[in-house]
Design a binder for this molecule. Sequence first.
Ligand code: AHR
Length: 500
Amino acid sequence: MDEITVSTADPIGTISPLLYGHFIEHLGRCIYGGLWVGDDEDVDTVGGGLREDTVALLREVSPPVLRWPGGCFADTYHWEDGVGPREQRPRRPNHFWNQGRESVPEESNAFGTEEYMRLCRLLDAEPFLTVNVGTGSREEALNWVEYCNADTDTVYGRERASNGRERPHGVTFWEFGNEPWGCGGRFDSAGYAAEYRTYAHFVDAYRATDFMDESSDLELVASGHSDPDWTGAFVDALDHHRLVDHVSIHRFIGGVECGSDADFDREEYYRLFSQVAELANDVDRTAATVENRGSMADVGIVLSEWGIWHPLAKHHNSLEQENTVRDALAAASVLNELNERADVVTMANLAQAVNVLQCLVQTDERTAWPTPTFRVFELYEAHRGNVALRTRVETDVREIPDGPDVPLVAASSSRGDGLTYVTVVNRSYGDERAVRIDAPSGSISRASVEVLFADQPPDVHSSPGTRGTFAPAGRPVDPESGVATVELPASSVVGVTLRP
Ligand code: AHR
């Protein structure tokens, strides 16, 4: 039998709710068609053009933060195109992606800052804006901050009011550029440091002005690389560490060695979990790189894009792929790794919330439905704001040639409101396992268990017909002498609440 030991000694830190964040981009059917339909009569809308069904589903997972507008798109986006009367907004090429139902590489600008802020308010999510560094200007960035956060004594605060919003939007999180080493402008580390320094310098100055809404804190995010050498060289060249509150990286997993989205053999199945360990290593190496620069010891790591990117999700199909139970097991494995790093990771954003890549919600012309990954985010909500506890797992290991081995069972745990919450992933292909969960004495007399994917094979994927298929099922557990023994179906995710 496998063994999980939860320790209350030396807790890791508070799990920021922002670790369970999301991301939307002007890409494919993520926004146009998936979230925004304007006055399309086929589906009901809220907020003046947002799909009611998609918004209702997203509300069920309470996204704590929603990054926008990109992605690669962000470094060609001029925010002023997307405010004011919609019929007067310019149509522009989308330099990176096809989008919308017609799959055209065009940006109508129908969904802009006000529409995004309305979405955030409907979801009760923090906004997180990516500023255009690649083709934008410092002035444009400053004006966007003023538009979002300043009072109506300012030019852009007044413009916001004339667009219907008197009160500032209060945007805290600002990331400067997206993948500056790639689609964001092919900067080298020193080149991006020079850009970042001046953008952040001027935006930072806003912290001291009276025009800013008092509740608008600013937190500045520098865009790094999962290669710590690039990020380290950026940090060294920047030499103004006070201007950085967080450093972001992106990390996707998947690839031909993991097979296709819903078609993989056993070897390929396990390779995806081996890559989860590589993702976690990248976070650790970035954290170590940043920590080693003494004056940046307090800087947080933001995983501003993560998820599974299967080989067939390509430009021509707007990065759409089937979303399977295997993907959901990998998401649960990543969230366990993030909980374990709650002391250094300040935010993470799954790519992308709707229709694109490892999404939570998929849509067609008339309906919206949740993916297996949606269910994982629902199950893991109980960790948010808790204190992450050290969790030791003793289990068998699947050896992976040329990659980290895969422990068959992975877990994380946290404590809040007197309860201990343990999330366990059984990654064993086709085999049930049982686990003893041993927590500090006196902390278990009752337990409840919720199980995901008990009867679904790992390659089953969501579709309009699977709306209720992946919902959790409760199971009875009777702890004995402070130990809970839990059955783990093959390829499942289990949430265990331990009560004193
Ligand atoms: O999420 C899709 C794309 O992946 C984003 O536009 C880019 O930032 C990343 O490489």
